[in-house]
Design a protein around this ligand. Structure first.
Ligand code: HEC
Length: 353
């Protein structure tokens, strides 16, 4: 092959040998006549050179480095250096600032040294640090492998969900060897949970009672319950919702029933608002379906806990509840008072879920 690159030679052991003395020499190796190469292939094992590096150069993984692989590796290394001559200094360390970060790959590598290895530009990266970089990176929570171990989550709720997913569906192994979850597994989990819950038949669990006086209550298990003494007090404008049999509720019996005491007249007032809008709102059936049991993304609103319903209407109006679909409820609740909300909730709770 005709060469235009001005090689320098020295004579040793009766042979003319090429001097590889600069980055430019390395870069132009493809112009060196292969008759002048001492060897055209070299095994990646049993050579006095870092074996991991040799294995990386052996891109076709046949256990031998051949000329084209070596040329490609040399060009790659030269292009990553601001001053390619540095490659021939034999220094065991390198500064991030020595890397040519004008190419996307160079930028990636320099940033990796700065961010993952925590080096400033003036700080040298040692050979050992570079060699163990993969482990250093794998130990980071977001290492780009797409697998999230439970301990990468910043809050306990997320940690618990990841643990639940692993318990139910098994785990994927992240690059550091820890069990974690992939996007596919997360999607599978939530699809299965949604299918399970949407297949449950809603059950009527609330009896609505209009009353002037209601049992005095106390708080237990995050819920109101009637005082065992049977004492009564005026209802005022409240909805007072209590388990019918406290023990059943406390034992998480899914058949536990509730009594919702509501002020006299509130069911009729609520019915008028729900069915006609009463000049303050719109007919709820437009979105929640003809029997208000929900359609598609629209939740069912009948036969559900009236205190929960008031809280949702209140939060939708105040903006505390602000999910992707909440804005559809904004105009519905804009002109409703808290009393209107209680009336609506009272009526909705009288209907079968
Ligand atoms: C324009 C469509 C639309 C109309 C009309 C509408 N809603 Fe809604 N409603 C929604 C959507 C959408 C949601 C879900 C909001 C969210 O995801 O935050 C919702 C949620 C609710 C919720 C919360 C339910 C839950 O499971 O937490 C209640 C309560 C509710 N609506 C009551 C009503 C009442 C009462 C009316 C009639 C006065 C009404 N809505 C009219 C669209 C509508």
């Amino acid at each position: 092959m005709a060469t235009t690159y001005p090689w320098k030679f020295f004579r040793a052991g009766g042979f003319n040998q090429v001097v590889i003395g600069s980055g430019a020499d390395l870069f132009n190796l493809d112009q060196l006549d292969q008759k002048l190469w001492v060897a055209l292939a070299c095994p990646i094992k049993g050579v006095e050179f870092d074996q991991t590096t040799l294995a990386l150069i052996d891109t076709d993984k046949d256990g031998r480095i051949r000329v084209p692989e070596f040329i490609a590796a040399a060009k790659w290394a030269v292009e990553l250096m601001k001053n390619p001559d540095d490659l021939l200094k034999g220094s065991p360390t390198l500064k991030p600032s020595a890397i040519n970060d004008t190419t996307p790959e160079g930028k990636l590598i320099a940033n990796f040294a700065r961010q993952v290895l925590g080096k400033t530009d003036a700080c040298e990266v040692t050979f050992e640090e570079a060699a163990t970089a993969a482990q250093t990176f794998a130990a980071k929570p977001f290492n780009g492998d797409g697998i999230i171990p439970a301990d990468s989550a910043s809050d306990d709720a997320t940690k618990a969900v990841i643990a639940d997913i692993i318990n139910c569906l098994g785990s994927d192994t992240d690059v550091s060897g820890k069990p974690g979850v992939s996007q596919a597994r997360v999607d599978q989990f939530f699809a299965a949970a949604a299918a399970y819950f949407s297949a449950l038949k809603p059950r009527a669990v609330i009896k609505v009672v209009e009353a002037d006086t209601v049992p005095k209550t106390f708080i237990t298990f995050n819920h109101l319950a009637a005082l065992p003494s049977g004492e009564k007090e005026p209802i005022g404008k409240r909805i007072v919702e209590v388990p019918e049999v406290l023990e059943q509720f406390a034992n998480r019996d899914t058949h536990a029933q509730f009594i919702a005491y509501v002020p006299p007249g509130s069911v009729a007032k609520g019915e008028a608002l729900v069915k006609t809008g009463g000049g303050k709102t719109v007919q709820c059936t437009i979105c929640h379906g003809p029997n208000l049991k929900g359609i598609g993304a629209m939740p069912g609103i009948v036969g559900r806990s009236p205190s929960y319903m008031v809280r949702q209407l209140y939060d939708l109006k105040s903006g505390t509840r602000a999910g992707p679909f909440s804005s559809m409820m904004k105009p519905v609740v804009a002109d409703l008072s808290v009393d209107d909300m209680a009336h609506i909730a009272a009526y909705l709770a009288t209907q079968a879920p």
